[in-house]
Design a protein around this ligand. Structure first.
Ligand code: HPA
Length: 277
């Protein structure tokens, strides 16, 4: 057995010593969804720091813990905070939490993030459902010996973002009068924001939103056969699209402003997932 798999097993055992909760939906809460936990009937919380060897984020606003509980009748595991590749972790550590939640029982992965808008018709504060992604600018988490226990060597990537879940998000947005953009998300490594020339390049490639997370997690989850969906909160227009320089504080403030609609959309969508689990 490889090192990465053994570490995953040890982390899984460590969590299992603290809870026997079986989630069906795993949620990764990005910037702006930090207080999503308020909508959960919490059963148990585990700080990442309590799990031996678990990667712990260093980014302000990303302090990490698992929150296990119920949204409506749906058992969920929330990741409040994630680690990013730019913090210096190996990409296998970045995707470890998502793999762990799959091993605990989660079948659906709901990814969220704050992202820069690349599409010129987007505005700061928009929500964008992720329909597909561009992964080629960030390291692939499946590089290395394949973990046959988790999935195949060469996974198909034709439908990473599940079409049924996309329909569910779309109809939930409509019912709740929440304006929803749709598009392609690209992950870059960060931590520097992009240059205006890079944003023009990404637009030419068909990218609608850019960020520093999410795609690696989607690849690892797809490898394990999870059903995946994702929503980006467009916290700013990307570099060169406005006169303003980008700052982490601005990104967080804009994500916080969009938070009520974001929270509503995620909560109401998760409640309806019962029907497709
Ligand atoms: N670029 C990259 N990542 C981001 C941005 C951005 O403009 N906004 C929020 N996350």
């Amino acid at each position: 057995m490889g090192e990465v798999y053994e570490k995953l097993q040890r982390c899984c055992e460590s969590v299992r010593q603290k809870t026997d909760f079986v989630p069906k939906v795993a949620l990764v809460l990005g910037s702006g969804l930090g207080d999503f936990a308020e909508t959960i009937r919490v059963v148990c919380e585990i700080s990442y720091g309590e799990i031996g060897e678990f990667p712990v984020s260093t980014v302000p606003g990303h302090a990490g813990k698992f929150i296990f509980g119920y949204v409506g009748d749906v058992p969920v595991a929330c990741m409040k905070g994630r680690v990013h590749y730019y913090e210096g972790y190996p990409i296998s550590d970045v995707v470890l939490p998502v793999r762990l939640l799959k091993l605990m029982g989660a079948r659906i992965l709901f990814l969220t993030n704050a992202a820069g808008g690349v599409n010129t018709s987007f505005q700061a504060g928009d929500l964008m459902m992720i329909k597909d992604h561009i992964a080629v600018f960030a390291p692939n988490p499946l590089v290395g010996p394949n973990m046959d226990e988790l999935g195949p060597r060469f996974p198909d990537m034709s439908h990473v973002y599940d079409l049924t879940l996309q329909k569910l998000i779309r109809s939930t947005a409509r019912e709740n009068h929440i304006f929803l953009q749709e598009g392609i998300y690209t992950q870059l490594t960060g931590p520097s924001y992009e240059s205006p020339a890079e944003i023009r390049m990404l637009r030419l490639l068909g990218c609608d939103a850019v960020g520093m997370s999410t795609v690696a997690e989607a690849i690892a989850a797809n490898h394990m056969g999870m059903k995946i969906c994702g929503i980006s909160c467009i916290s700013n227009l990307a570099a060169g699209m406005t006169a303003n320089p980008l700052s982490h504080q601005e990104v967080q403030e804009a994500a916080d402003m969009a938070a009520p609609a974001f929270k509503k959309l995620v909560t109401e969508t998760v409640k309806k997932m019962e029907g497709i689990l």
